[in-house]
Design a protein around this ligand. Structure first.
Ligand code: C2O
Ligand code: CU
Ligand code: CU
Length: 522
């Protein structure tokens, strides 16, 4: 089945729910077609990745990248990858000020790397494409944890094979902690009132097996589907205390954006994004999270009601709101902790002034590098960018037919680039001075691209020409570039010889096809 027809069928599960008006809550609480209630379907207890606290184990952390099998649905065992497990990896809690010895063993049959996304380290410890671990080898970075508390994550980053490895399960959370969450009165009991939600979409065969589409169409748009996993589970239910709960969201999808809303549109109080707490909680009724991004939310479940978290369809321009349930929250008993409130103030962010910028650079994220002409004929950039790259006048199956050979898009030499040039491990695209601040102007062609920088965090100055909303005002490492974005970025971290930092589109198929570049600092 092509992506589009499969998606249309699954998405029609709750079609017709109006985003406005009284029918909203009723409509989304039933899975139409089956006539079943979400409460009868969303019964799998939300799995919690095992928590490893660095201080409990002398700050010596061992991870093994391995192959295994995972049963996502009854009976069918899919071949998957995981870190020290069969799918995903443990949540690592590392403490600010500590030095951590990480030991990563590659038990896969292919080269891998382990990148700590959002962790600010020198480039030889960053785990990007220049830090390859060959099969059977071990990599041992010594990480000095020296940045504000934040929800980060780790995942493979081998050039040309990142999308497939992440898709099959290689990803895990990495928390930077100190005592600031406690002093702010935030929930901190892992898996109880401080809950990680790793959001992914995956495609399954009719037999219920995980399948990966790397056709030219899937490379073009990124791999996307409408079967949603949270912490590796389908149709999960999260038992939460009936109080204020902290949710740590990670979009761990290869390509899909999630535009999330509670079924009753209750407020989400955003307290942190990619690189830490924002200045003060910002209440939103829905939130869009792009691949690679993180948000932390406080949500009040004290009314004790079952409440589904939903996502809008994976497009920017859907005329009618058909919503897909992501997970069901089941408040259960009173809160143990005293954390029953939303703080007024969070962190004092220290950002350089815009006036401190010493230069501007501009980067165009180009999904249509010249080599793709034959694959994409007729799909010129006539319309406005769309969130999933659907081309005006061409659907997924036509895109697939344009490829037509059964070869993967990468095998066929599909290339994407930044400023017209596909990634080259041997080419340095930008040179900066340590301590300097720059303004980067980012532009997307044809579709929205989530842009990510290694080795630096930034502040968003504008999104599509407008000031950014409050909830994205803090320190970021990834930004969804719909048409354009301006960011203010300071380079503080050193690149070691032969190991530049990369920046890239976090649609992993785009990254693998070359929408990535690299910089050095001196
Ligand atoms: Cu999340 Cu270059 O990575
Ligand atoms: Cu990264
Ligand atoms: Cu992209």
């Amino acid at each position: 089945m092509t992506n589009i027809s499969r998606r249309a069928i699954i998405a029609s599960g709750i079609a017709g729910a109006s985003a406005l008006g009284a029918s909203f809550l009723f409509a989304v609480n039933r899975l139409s077609g089956s006539g079943r209630d979400i409460a009868d379907v969303f019964t799998t207890p939300l799995p919690m990745p095992p928590l490893i606290d660095g201080r409990d184990i002398g700050n010596v952390v061992t991870l093994e990248a391995t192959a295994g099998t995972t049963k996502f649905q009854q009976g069918a065992a899919s071949r998957t990858f995981g870190y020290s497990g069969s799918y995903l990896g443990p949540a690592l809690r590392l403490h600010r000020g500590d030095t951590v010895t990480m030991t990563v063993a590659n038990k896969l049959d292919r080269q891998t790397t382990v990148h700590s996304h959002g962790l600010l380290t020198p480039s030889d410890l960053d785990g990007g494409p220049h830090n390859a671990i060959e099969p059977g080898d071990v990599w041992q970075p010594f990480l000095t944890i020296d940045q504000p508390v934040a929800t980060l994550w780790y995942h493979p980053h081998p050039h040309g094979d990142t999308a497939r490895q992440v898709y099959h399960g290689l990803a895990g959370l990495l928390y930077v902690e100190d005592s600031s969450a406690q002093s702010l009165g935030l929930p901190t009991s892992y898996g109880v009132d401080d809950i990680p939600l790793i959001l992914q979409d995956r495609e399954f065969s009719a037999e219920g097996l995980l399948s990966y589409d790397n056709s030219p169409a899937a490379i073009q748009h990124g791999s996307r589907d409408n079967t949603i996993l949270v912490n590796g589970a389908m149709a999960p239910r999260s038992e939460v205390p009936a109080g204020v709960v902290r949710l740590r969201l990670l979009n761990g999808a290869n390509a899909r954006n999630f535009r999330l809303v509670f079924a009753d549109r209750r407020p989400m109080h955003v307290i942190a994004n990619d690189n830490g707490f924002i200045a003060a909680p910002a209440a939103v009724s829905e939130i869009t999270i792009a691949p690679g991004e993180r948000y932390e939310l406080l949500v009040d479940f004290s009314d004790g009601k079952l409440i589904p978290l939903l996502t809008y369809p994976d497009t920017s321009d859907s005329p009618e709101a058909s919503l897909t349930p992501v997970l069901l929250f089941a408040p259960n008993g009173p809160m143990n902790s005293a954390n029953q409130y939303i703080p007024k103030q969070l962190a004092d962010a220290e950002f350089p002034a815009v006036a401190a910028a010493v230069r501007r650079r501009s980067f165009v994220l180009d999904g249509m590098a010249a080599a793709n002409d034959t694959l994409t004929k007729g799909a010129s950039a006539a319309g406005p960018p769309t969130d999933n790259g659907a081309m005006p006048g061409m659907d997924h199956s036509q895109m697939a037919a344009a490829g037509g050979t059964g070869l993967s898009g990468l095998d066929m030499g599909m290339k994407m680039g930044i400023n017209g040039a596909p990634f080259d491990m041997a080419r340095i695209d930008a040179e900066m001075k340590i301590g300097e601040t720059e303004i980067w102007e980012l532009r997307s062609t044809e579709m929205a691209h989530p842009f990510h920088i290694h080795g630096a965090s930034f502040r968003i100055l504008s999104l599509d020409g407008a000031p950014p909303p409050e909830h994205v005002a803090g320190a970021k490492d990834t930004v969804l570039v719909r048409s354009s974005a301006e960011i203010l970025v300071t380079f503080k971290h050193k690149t070691e010889a032969g190991k530049p930092f990369v920046f890239h589109c976090h649609i992993l198929e785009h990254e693998d096809a070359g929408m990535m570049a690299q910089y050095v600092t001196s």
